[in-house]
Design a protein. Sequence first.
Length: 427
Amino acid sequence: MILSAAVLVLGASSLGGCDDQGIESSAAPTARWNPQAFVFPRLVVGSRAERQVRVENIGQGTLKLAHLAGRFASSADDYSLFFVVQGADAADAGAGAAPQQRIAIQRGVNSFPGVVDVPRGSAITFVLEYSASDDTGAGGVIEFETNDPSNRNISIPIRGDEGGAEINVAPRTIDFGRVGAGTEATETVRVSNIGSSVLLIEDIVVNGSPDFTVRVNGVDLAQDASILADPDQDGQPGLSDDTSFELQVVYAPQVDGPDAGQIVIFSTDPQRPQETVELTANGASPCIRVQPETLEFPAALTGRTESRPVAIESCGGQPLEITAVYLRDDSSPVYTVDEGSVPDLPTQLPAFVMDEAPPTRQIVVDFTPEDTAAYGGTLIIESNDPLRPVIEVPIVGRGTLNDCPVAAVGQDTFNVLPLDIIELDGS
């Protein structure tokens, strides 16, 4: 940035804390900043990152900052600069009783105050946010003037990190939606090296539900992680620059119900050594689970009624609505649904909450065999589960005439001595 002579004179006059002969040098401020630049990784279009530079006043007097400006390599809309004055005397800098982040530059508009004071022993932190709208990369400079005799004009470069490996993982979240028990679904995560040197994938770990597994080229990493030594299969260790590989994320639930997990990717990216992909399944829809899956009656005496319950459970992240409960038309008439166990329909069960017992409703089925024969039937349960809107529960039972004898005990107390013999006769 080129300043006019008038501006420079004004700056020297208004910001100067000492003259060339060192007058008041004992009260002069001293600026020290770290790091020396805003260094951004290479970002994919649509992503963003932020970096900080802290400017400390380690001198004796108050450090004054003025005439802040920004020059950027790409669109000014890609950059937002914020600042906050921190320290015991930060209130003197106009930041209020508690330090608050303020806008300096946003969408090309400069809102930096005329002069910002940084008291002795305090600091001002600049936070630069960069959003990549194209492939240009981060670049430019943040400039301002101070009254530090040794640093009248401070320039903090904005640049991209051209060296080193850089990992990029997409997507960062996966929702499998509704997946039924005994089935499986697969989603893909792409891991890329957008840096300029080889990226080593040190490990990939799956946390949470054991129903989630990760494969690379069909190999389950839990069984054999050696493929991570050369994930792009180019014959060289690691993931070469500008290359990528895919993770096949498999969800295979054994029972119905919501699941959650994480994929954690460990690499040699110095800026992001650990990347996480969040996994969810069966969490945003109604889910029904019925126990038992087959209703079996033991042998029952003819003309006598036996009853068995069927439990309906809500196993999803949304309430389960039960709309119908009935016996299929081809069911034997010896089976009936206990009307007292069936609520007014439709009825709702609340959504399932992780680590709590599932909301449950029991339906009772009665069995009254007419003779010694095997009987079959089917209980139908309809609900708003999008994957299993109709549940069929097979029913089996058999009638019998075998009325087993019941032992009658005439005397239930005996006084005996050691070695006495007691005989029990069931004839």
